[in-house]
Design a protein around this ligand. Structure first.
Ligand SMILES: [Ca+2]
Ligand SMILES: [Ca+2]
Length: 411
């Protein structure tokens, strides 16, 4: 055989062996079932019938018999989780974070939930939230006046004097949410290690709100703070009173005793539960991210808003600075909404199940089949080239070599 023919044959053999090596490397680097050395998905083995519930087994059988192209949806785990974080009311009275509050414990809450995926995008979550929020204004107001003894400031005899509104509210919420996973359908990676999601839901809230209007059974004397000139706390050439809020806040923190002893104003046209609590249906919305810590454990950071359509969650609903004696102030414009910013720990539960589907990429199976198809086409093409070379070209180029290779099984 001439050296030229030897070279062509060598190139084909090398190409063939390289293609097999490539295919095996693909399988061995991605396989989770090393015993068979076949890639069966980075998320789960889609040939494993023990993961398929009985009601979907007919589909799985059809899939395994090659009579249906789609594997049945596997059983997936439940998630349970706990969380803790800050509770704040966006309302008429300024809410406080723990480091700005009279009592840091009155600005926080905790939550527990169960979550279940119904598809790769949508899951539902049932969450219970218990929390406290508190706050106070650094600007005084008189809008409470002329609204009867339902208002604590009026009932305690503050008359038309300016007061610093404050509140502490206790919240118990149960809500059912639809959660949409945003980033588990991936075109360039088999898995997501962080899961982004948004949620929207509906629920019910019981709340009760209290006011710190007395110190040792006596009314507060706010006149000292009201009459203090805080302009010295503003930067030079500024006339923005907001710049003096920190000094006022410090004085108010010193003045308040932190005992919210007086019931805040409540709706007298709504039922009260247990004499204290008011019920409201709430709409919830939020967004969050989960980080995978292990096969069953994840950490979540989330922010959730609850829309109450209620203006007394912070105990205050009156416009500021009405003209005394003119029938009182009007209602403020916006309702109170509360927020829960939390960090949580989640655990996946369930045997004979895959991970919750928001941790799975549904394209994993399809891409794998596509890749396998491409490799097979390459292999068939190479084999055909070898056969053409062996049957058509080699006898013409080097008939003696064919005779020599036949006993060796090469030709
Ligand atoms: Ca008090
Ligand atoms: Ca309000």
């Amino acid at each position: 055989m001439s050296s030229k023919n030897c070279t062509i044959l060598s190139v084909l053999v090398v190409l063939l062996s390289l293609s097999f090596t490539f295919a095996q490397a693909q399988e061995s680097t991605t396989t989770e079932t090393t015993s068979t050395r076949v890639y069966r998905g980075a998320g789960y083995d889609y040939l494993d019938t023990s993961l398929v519930p009985l009601r979907r087994m007919d589909q799985q059988r059809d899939f395994l018999k090659n009579e249906y192209d789609f594997p049945a949806k596997p059983r997936n785990q439940w998630e349970i989780g706990i969380s803790g974080g800050f509770v704040n009311v966006s309302g008429d009275v300024r809410t406080k974070m723990p480091w700005r509050a009279k009592n840091p414990g009155q600005t926080m809450g905790f939550g527990v939930h169960v979550r279940k995926a119904w598809g790769y995008i949508i899951s539902t979550r049932l969450q219970y939230l218990h929390g406290k929020a508190s706050g106070f204004n650094w600007q005084p107001g008189t809008g409470y006046s002329d609204h009867g003894n339902q208002n604590p400031w009026t009932a305690l005899g503050y008359g038309y004097n300016p007061v610093f509104y404050n509140y502490q509210t206790n919240i118990d919420e149960l809500s059912l949410q639809l959660v949409a996973s945003l980033n588990n359908i991936k075109f360039h990676k088999a898995r997501n290690k962080a899961s982004l999601y948004v949620l929207a839901g509906i629920g019910g809230t019981l709340y009760d709100t209290w006011v710190d209007a007395l110190k040792a059974n006596k009314r507060y004397d706010f006149s000292k703070i009201i009459n203090t000139n805080y302009n010295a706390d503003q930067p030079d050439n500024w006339s923005n009173t907001y710049k003096s809020r920190n000094a006022k806040n410090e004085d108010l923190l010193t003045l308040f005793d932190g005992e919210y002893e007086t019931r805040a104003e409540r709706h007298d046209n709504r039922p009260w539960f247990g004499k204290e609590k008011t019920y409201r249906t709430v709409l919830t919305a939020g967004l969050g991210i989960q980080f995978k810590l292990g096969k069953r454990v994840s950490l979540s950071i989330e922010d959730k808003w609850s829309y109450t359509n209620d203006d007394l969650v912070d105990g205050q609903r009156w416009q500021e600075w009405p003209a005394p004696g003119n029938g009182g102030s009007a209602l403020t414009r916006d309702f109170d909404t509360y927020n829960y910013a939390s960090i949580g720990l989640n655990l996946n539960l369930g045997g004979k199940s895959v991970e919750p589907l928001w941790w799975m990429n549904p394209l994993d199976y399809g891409y794998n089949e596509l890749k396998r198809e491409i490799i097979m086409v390459l292999l068939v093409t190479l084999i055909r080239m070898v056969m053409v070379f062996r049957i058509v070209l080699m006898p013409v180029l080097e008939p003696n070599l064919v005779l020599q290779l036949i006993p060796m099984g090469v030709a």
